[in-house]
Write a protein that binds this ligand. Sequence first.
Ligand code: KG4
Ligand code: ZN
Length: 339
Amino acid sequence: MGSGLTLGIETSCDETAAAVIKDGTEVLSNIVLSQIDIHQKYGGVVPEIASRHHIEAMFPVINEALAEAGVTLDDIEVIAVAYGPGLVGSLLVGVAAAKALAFATGIPLVGVNHIEGHIYANLLGGQEVKAPLVCLTVSGGHTDLLLIPRFGEYEILGRTRDDAAGEAFDKVARVLGLPYPGGPQIEKLAQGGNREAIFFPRGLLEKDNYDFSFSGLKTAALNFLNQAKQKGEEVHLPDFAASFQWAIIDVLTQKLMLAAEEHRVRQVVLSGGVAANGTFRNHVREEAGKRGMELLYPPVHLCTDNAAMIASAGYFSYLAGRRSDNALNAVANLRLGDY
Ligand code: KG4
Ligand code: ZN
């Protein structure tokens, strides 16, 4: 019997993260070192700068995760690392660190898909997740609607054809002069705003289509701001933010509900950074409730990038017999279900 302890490592974007979890579900430590302050002045993540900071922070963050969990490397049963999708230079730092540790200690290594990690964040809150389920993963890089018939099996029902939902939040926030990441900023600004004040277009709402498109919405929002500026009119920012946010939430929720009904699942699951949005969670909970479905989502701090979710996905992958070796490499555009 192993210790059931997994060391997770995550460096796919601008967070250097390490975590120790037990039995795939219990978080003993979860260290996330954000580089947001460094990237904020550029209005987004600068890959080269991110990689350099990952190199400096990686081992201190791993040591902190072990120390906070009160364990040493000798206690760890498996090392799990995100190897894609993401920024290749950033991913490489985590992958190299994980391979070095595994090689030096003989601890088994498992490469994890970052998106799969977001889904497994739902197992960390103590809630019971039961397949089959429909999952919507919405982050800065992805908008994927998935059917999960059994754990570890993914059928992609739809995905974005252009911008990811989080990316739309970030781009519009940037034009408003709000700091990166834009999602939480727009959510805050939208409080007290009227979501019906401005009608923004919803892309691809046909019934038989599970793909998403947010570039039309983004353009409409930017045009709205430009036209107001040209006419010298002042934009009521809470109304603008609430209407823009609502257009995204409305489309995401409608498609999620259609998919859940078609596949007759009892549970729907949210994951990824945009799932931290309170208005989104409340609306999906209400719509799921009307249909007798249960909605699950991770606690807010586990929605955005972290290593506990990577450790969870990695542990279950390890139990299923998967192992990675020293040839493991970063894959920038890794797809769900590819190993
Ligand atoms: O999952 P994540 O941390 O990183 C990626 O894998 O992309 O997601 C980050 C994205 C950003 O686009 C950010 O603006 C968005 O999630 N986000 C939110 C909220 N919190 C984070 N979007 C809307 N409302 C929020 N509260
Ligand atoms: Zn992510």
